[in-house]
Design a protein around this ligand. Structure first.
Ligand code: GDP
Ligand code: MG
Length: 292
């Protein structure tokens, strides 16, 4: 079973530590780089240069990769973040998802080659296990580009939709927007990552958590790289004239929920689905085209 196997795996990998690759995608300026930075508390982007407006417009989609070692409750984790900056900046956005889709395919291709090679024991797994897709809080639900982008990727990677910059919306607006976006995802036939159903013999508390998680989609997040003081404590947050929004306060956004889902409760399932579904699809296509 999907969920119980993840706990088994979890026990096994506690000693070994494990690898996970997370991608962020979506329009430029929605806080992708800031969020991955907030998620894993390291300044991944210390050396980034500020681009002027002109440069930004002609900037091509350039994919960057960072690796960080983190430890979650005694479990060592080598996390690779694949950032896709600039999407939506270019004047011509047709097929802007192409380079991202190609990147994912290239990782499958590499894995496929390594797997058929002689040294199959120590394959470096660079396959993308999850893609956080950022949706603008300013539009009315999904934009045509979002639909196109997600549909170009949904057979290749586990897409987890994110409602960006949730601090710009009131709680009521967040709720409405989430429902709208979930409806549109359904309506357009976008296949996002599905949390595995829990067993019927699971306890009520567990079922409640599971339901809550499903209703959090798209996760409303707030990112910040600054530490502010709130009620005498130093926290990650954003300081406004009217108050402070705290990244890790679950009354303010779904940040903690998202982080737990990624690095604790669903990491193994995301890897399983990548291997069993997305990679298998790729592999089947490869073999089919070889025998044609
Ligand atoms: P990216 O292009 O998607 O990687 O976006 P960046 O992380 O570079 O952020 C773009 C701008 O949005 C920066 O000025 C950030 O400070 C700001 N920003 C990032 N996250 C948030 C957020 O959650 N809320 C608000 N209001 N602004 C944010
Ligand atoms: Mg960025």
């Amino acid at each position: 079973h999907r969920l119980s196997s993840s706990y088994l795996f979890h026990r096994k990998s506690v000693k070994k530590g494990f690898d996970f690759t997370l991608m962020v995608a979506g329009e430029s300026g929605l806080g992708k780089s800031t969020l991955v930075n907030s998620l894993f508390l390291t300044d991944l982007y210390k050396d980034r240069k500020l681009l002027n407006a002109e440069e930004r417009i002609t900037q091509t989609v350039e994919i960057t990769k960072h690796t960080v070692d983190i430890e979650e409750k005694g479990v060592k984790l080598k996390l690779t973040i694949v950032d896709t900056p600039g999407f939506g900046d270019a004047v011509n956005n047709t097929e802007c998802w192409k380079s991202v889709a190609d990147y994912i395919d290239q990782q499958f291709e590499q894995y496929f080659r390594d797997e058929s090679g002689l040294n199959r024991k120590n394959i470096q797994d660079n396959r993308v296990h999850c893609c956080l897709y950022f949706i603008s809080p300013f539009g009315h639900g999904l934009r045509p580009l979002d639909v196109e982008f997600m549909k170009a990727l949904h057979e290749k990677v586990n897409i987890v939709p994110i409602l960006a910059k949730a601090d710009t919306l009131t709680p009521t607006e967040v709720k409405k927007k989430k429902i709208k976006i979930r409806e549109e995802i359904e309506q357009y036939g976008i296949k996002i990552y599905q949390f595995p159903d829990c067993d019927s013999d699971e306890d009520e508390e567990f079922k409640q958590q599971d339901l809550e998680l499903k209703e959090s989609i798209p996760f409303a997040v707030i990112g910040s790289n600054t530490v502010v003081e709130a009620k005498g404590k130093r926290v990650r947050g954003r300081l406004y004239p009217w108050g402070i929004v705290e990244v890790e306060n679950s009354a303010h956004c779904d940040f903690v929920k998202l982080r737990n889902m990624l690095v604790r409760t669903h990491m193994q399932d995301l890897k399983d689905v990548t291997r069993e579904t997305h990679y298998e699809n790729y592999r089947a296509q490869c073999i089919q085209s070889m025998t044609r």
